[in-house]
Design a protein around this ligand. Structure first.
Ligand code: ZN
Length: 183
């Protein structure tokens, strides 16, 4: 971050996490089983087109959050607790610290393309899966590397040394907006 004032310019280190949300269509009910969407395909297309492709391409994880049915909202069953989540994240962070020991890289998200090639090697079935995703979803080179970084993190959260097909499939699913949403 660069702050410029009349007398001097100062640079501060800065890192940020962008978290953004938007409706699936102008009326907000597209894909909602409880109410019918009233939007026409051109309206949805226009709405989705407000976000530029190059911007979307730079967002690591894109996923759909469906409406929560009332019975789930009122359910007593507890999901993963914050403590469990914290322990899983810390364990994954430790795996990454060990992986990048002695280098300036600290997390999978910061891997250069060279490091991605080094640490995100896929076996034959996973390789085929990624190839299919790149072709079918039209993934850019940037998105291809993002999928691998996210898959590496999913494998780390699973305490797995190698990235398996299920890790990769989950990462590919997080590129929801790379495919056309309105078809
Ligand atoms: Zn709609």
């Amino acid at each position: 971050m660069t702050i410029s004032r009349a007398k001097s310019t100062t640079r501060f280190p800065a890192e940020f996490i962008l978290v953004a949300a938007f409706n699936p269509c102008p009326c907000g009910y597209r894909g909602d089983p409880r109410r019918e969407c009233q939007c026409t395909p051109p309206q949805v297309e226009k709405y989705m087109g407000k976000i530029s492709g190059p911007l979307l391409d730079r967002i690591d994880i894109q996923l759909e959050v469906p409406a929560v049915p009332y019975r789930d909202l009122s359910a007593k069953r507890a999901g993963t607790s914050s403590e469990q989540m914290r322990a899983a994240v810390n364990a994954a962070r430790e795996r990454q610290a060990a992986r990048f020991a002695g280098s300036s890289t600290r997390a999978n998200a910061r891997m250069s393309s060279r490091l991605v090639r080094e640490h995100c090697q896929l076996d034959a079935p996973a390789s085929e899966m990624l190839k299919g995703a790149v072709t079918n979803l039209g993934l850019s080179a940037r998105a291809h590397d993002k999928v691998l970084r996210v898959a590496r993190t999913i494998a780390d959260l699973d305490a797995a040394e190698t990235i398996r097909c299920d890790h990769l499939a989950e990462a590919i699913n997080y590129r929801l907006l790379d495919r056309t949403l309105w078809t």
